[in-house]
Design a protein around this ligand. Structure first.
Ligand code: ZN
Length: 389
C-alpha cells in the first residue's frame, strides 16, 4: 500500500521520457529500465530501476512506458450547449466563421452555475483520463462583467492556469470600440484578480491588431501574462503582435510566413499548434518542420472548445501533429509536455527530473511512440498528479 505522504518508488519503467537530455537519449532524455522516487508530491530521484533501495515502497510498472503528464496550454472548458449541428453542417461544406461563438455565449449565459460546474467537472475528468495533468482554461463565453467573472471563478476551482478572454468576439448589441473599452476597463478590473493570463482573438471578424494590442497592453498593466489567438483563419498580424508584446504564446499559427517564423524563433514566444482545430474545421495544417528548423519553441494543445475542436485528447493531438504537421514522434511528445509547460512559463511541470512536481502518466504500451502509432486507442494507464494516482 502506497501512502502519498511517504516516499515511494515507481519502478520497472520500460521507457521513461524525462525531457532532460542530460538524463537519457535524445530530445526526450529517454531512460530504459528506469525508476522514479516521489516524496511529498515531488520527484526526488530518477535513475535505473536496479538502483532503488529494496526497503522503499514501490509501484511496479511491469515494463510500461512513462512520461510527464500532458500540459494542455490552450483550452476553453467552461461553457454550456454544444454545436454538433454546426460541425455536421461544416462537414457538408459550410465554412467556419468566428460568429459561431455567439451561440455558445447565449447557452452559457443562460446556464446555472451548477450546470456549468458539472460540465467543467466532466471535461476535467476526460482530460485526466487522456493523461492531462495541467490544463489552461479560458473565459470568453460570458462577455459581460458578471458572466466573465463567473467563468473565471469556476476555472479557478480546477486550475491555476486561468485566462481572461473577454476579447473573444464582440457580443451583440455593442460596437467594437465600446466593447474594447469595457474589456480594458471595468471587465478587466473585475477579472484580473481571478486570472493569470489575458488572451485576445486577433482575427478578421473578431479584433483587429490595434484593438488586440490595446487589450493586451491593458492586461499587462493589470499584471497578467499575455497569450494571443493568432493567424488561425488567414495570414494576419497576430503572431507579430504576440512576439512584439512579449506574449508567452501565439496560438494556432495556422498561416505563417517566413517573417513570422523568424520572429517566433528569435523570441521567447512559444508557437502553440492546435491540430485538432484544423481537423475539426477541415482546414489545411501548418507544416511544423519550418518552426522546428528555425529553432522556435513549439507546443501542442487541444484547443478544447464546443465550436472548432471538441476534444480533450492530447494523444489524438499528438497523432495528428505527427501525421499531418510533420512532427517527429519525439517532437510531438515534447511539445505536448515540455512545450506546453514553456507556453505557460512553468518549470515545475512537463519534465521528470528531481524537483519537478510528480505529474506522470504510464501507458499500456512499451514506448511513447505508441501515442502516434496507435491513434484513437486509449493507451493511458495510470495518471499521477503531484504523486497521487
Ligand atoms: Zn482557442
Amino acid at each position: 500500500m502506497i501512502h502519498a505522504h511517504e516516499p515511494f518508488a515507481v519502478t520497472n519503467i520500460g521507457e521513461l521520457v524525462t525531457n532532460d537530455p542530460t538524463f537519457g537519449d535524445g530530445l526526450l532524455g529517454v531512460l530504459s529500465n528506469a525508476a522514479v522516487i516521489i516524496d511529498h508530491g515531488l520527484i526526488t530521484w530518477v535513475g535505473s530501476s536496479s538502483d532503488v533501495d529494496r526497503t522503499i515502497p514501490r509501484v511496479d510498472m511491469q515494463g510500461r512506458a512513462m512520461l510527464p503528464g500532458f500540459v494542455d496550454s490552450h483550452a476553453h472548458l467552461v461553457f454550456a450547449g454544444d454545436r454538433a449541428g454546426e460541425f455536421a453542417a461544416r462537414m457538408q461544406g459550410q465554412p467556419y466563421t468566428a460568429g459561431g461563438i455567439a451561440s455558445t455565449v447565449e447557452a452559457t449565459r443562460a446556464a446555472t452555475t451548477d450546470h456549468l460546474r458539472m460540465n467543467l467537472a466532466r471535461r476535467m475528468q476526460e482530460m485526466r483520463a487522456c493523461g492531462v495533468t495541467t490544463v489552461e482554461t479560458k473565459s470568453g463565453y460570458g462577455l459581460t462583467i458578471a458572466d466573465e467573472v463567473r467563468l473565471l471563478e469556476l476555472s479557478g476551482e480546477v486550475s491555476q492556469e486561468t485566462t481572461f478572454l473577454g476579447a473573444h468576439v464582440v457580443p451583440a448589441g455593442i460596437t467594437v470600440d465600446d466593447y474594447v473599452e469595457q474589456v480594458c476597463g471595468p471587465m478587466l478590473a473585475a477579472c484580473a484578480p481571478l486570472a493569470r493570463w489575458i488572451d485576445v482573438f486577433c482575427e478578421t471578424g473578431a479584433f483587429d491588431v490595434d484593438q488586440s494590442a490595446q487589450v493586451l497592453q491593458a492586461g499587462a498593466e493589470a499584471g497578467l501574462g499575455l497569450r494571443v489567438h493568432a493567424n488561425q483563419l488567414r495570414h494576419g498580424p497576430g503572431v507579430q503582435l504576440a512576439v512584439s508584446m512579449g506574449a508567452a504564446s501565439a496560438d494556432h499559427c495556422t498561416h505563417l510566413d517566413d517573417r513570422d517564423i523568424q520572429a517566433l524563433a528569435a523570441s521567447s514566444t512559444v508557437a502553440t499548434l492546435l491540430p485538432a482545430a484544423e481537423f475539426s474545421t477541415r482546414s489545411a495544417y501548418p507544416d511544423a518542420r519550418r518552426l522546428w528548423q528555425a529553432g522556435a519553441t513549439v507546443a501542442l494543445a487541444t484547443d478544447c472548445n464546443p465550436g472548432t475542436s471538441f476534444t480533450t485528447s492530447m494523444p489524438l493531438v499528438i497523432a495528428l501533429a505527427v501525421r499531418e504537421m510533420h512532427f517527429t514522434v519525439e517532437q510531438a511528445v515534447w511539445s505536448a509536455t515540455a512545450g506546453g509547460a514553456a507556453a505557460l512559463r512553468r518549470t515545475d511541470v512537463g519534465r521528470v527530473t528531481p524537483g519537478a512536481r510528480a505529474d506522470l502518466i504510464s501507458l499500456n504500451a512499451p514506448s511513447y511512440q505508441h501515442l502516434a502509432y496507435r491513434p484513437g486507442v486509449p493507451l493511458i494507464d495510470q495518471v499521477f498528479i503531484a504523486g497521487v494516482a
